[in-house]
Design a protein around this ligand. Structure first.
Ligand SMILES: [Fe+2]
Ligand SMILES: [Fe+2]
Length: 322
């Protein structure tokens, strides 16, 4: 790969690296297996399986009335769903995205340092998939959760997006999926580590967050670095695709959520009420605005919104202010 690297006019740009990866990456530093704690039953008296903030439906009167054991089961369902989603996302989407940098698929010069960091990030994501899967398997077995074969709606919709584009556009769409994913995940994990979760789950989320905070900075830097190098066609494509990808990342997975709610015996009317509320356009728009703050800031910093068309596109979607 070395001989294909361009000369380094990139000293002017942000470093786009993962500093101290050898001593900080969780794949290098984690030493204990992610096994559920021996005092799990005791922990579940006060600790959660998953983040209640990500489950706004938990305050529905029928669920509150059903009591803590139903709430814990719904949290377990959501945790397994999130971890299964993460496992696929890391392997099949984020790592596919960094391949576009490592193997010069974007048609613009990528410095060696950026490629090295991309290879490190690729390794990180493989490990995240491993520990996510290890915990998902244990919790799924504990509760007999068996509706895990269908990929999350977000994954299906993103893969459809790739299938729908021309071969010439694929690399850009892959890159943007990684950019969006890597700039929103740290905020999701940050919310998780502030709560009393089951100890093994909390330790795993902390490890993941430490890596993702570095990945988020890396992808923000890389986007800022590449944006001026893209030609007009690439920029137009990127604007349209970014809008669509952001929309997909904050959609709710109605079919899965109905299955989860039905697993604790909730009435079909309650299922309908909860899922309909989550699909309201305003609720979706607010999720994008709040969840993608880092992504939107990175676009702003890179000069993406200096193009009037891009600004209008995102204003019309309600993702940024007029
Ligand atoms: Fe990750
Ligand atoms: Fe990552």
């Amino acid at each position: 790969m070395k001989e294909h690297c361009p000369p380094e006019p990139f000293a002017l740009y942000p470093p786009c690296t993962l500093p101290d990866w050898d001593t900080k990456a969780s794949v290098r530093t984690d030493r204990s297996p992610y096994t559920l704690p021996a005092d799990l039953e005791h922990q579940l008296g006060e600790r959660h399986w998953f983040v209640p903030d990500f489950m706004p439906y938990l305050d529905h009167p029928d669920i509150v009335l059903a009591g803590p054991s139903v709430v814990r089961r719904l949290e377990a369902n959501q945790l397994v769903y999130f971890l299964d989603y993460t496992t696929v996302l890391e392997h099949k989407l984020v790592n596919r995205s960094v391949e576009t940098l490592i193997h010069d698929e974007l048609g613009v010069p990528v410095p060696c340092a950026v490629k090295t960091a991309a290879l490190q990030l690729y390794t990180d994501e493989g490990y995240h998939a491993l520990f996510s899967n290890q915990i998902a398997e244990q919790v799924a077995e504990l509760y007999g959760i068996d509706n895990r074969s269908r990929p999350a709606r977000r994954i299906r919709r993103l893969l459809e997006r790739i299938q729908a584009c021309s071969p010439a556009d694929e690399a850009m769409v892959w890159f943007l999926i990684g950019f969006v994913s890597e700039t929103i995940i740290a905020k999701e994990l940050l919310s998780a580590v502030r709560l009393p979760l089951v100890s093994t789950v909390l330790r795993m989320f902390k490890s993941h967050l430490a890596d993702e905070a570095r990945h988020s900075r890396y992808f923000c830097d890389v986007f800022s670095h590449l944006w001026p190098l893209f030609d007009d066609c690439q920029r137009t494509l990127a604007a349209t695709q970014l809008l669509a990808i952001l929309e997909i990342f904050f959609e709710s997975d109605t079919d899965w959520l109905k299955e989860s709610l039905a697993s604790v015996g909730l009435h079909p009317d309650t299922l309908e009420y909860i899922t309909t509320r989550l699909q309201q356009p305003h609720a979706h728009q607010q999720r994008v605005r709040s969840g993608a703050k880092v992504t939107l800031q990175a676009l702003f910093n890179a000069g993406f919104f200096n193009i009037a068309h891009n600004r209008h596109l995102f204003q019309n979607a309600g993702y940024i202010d007029a």
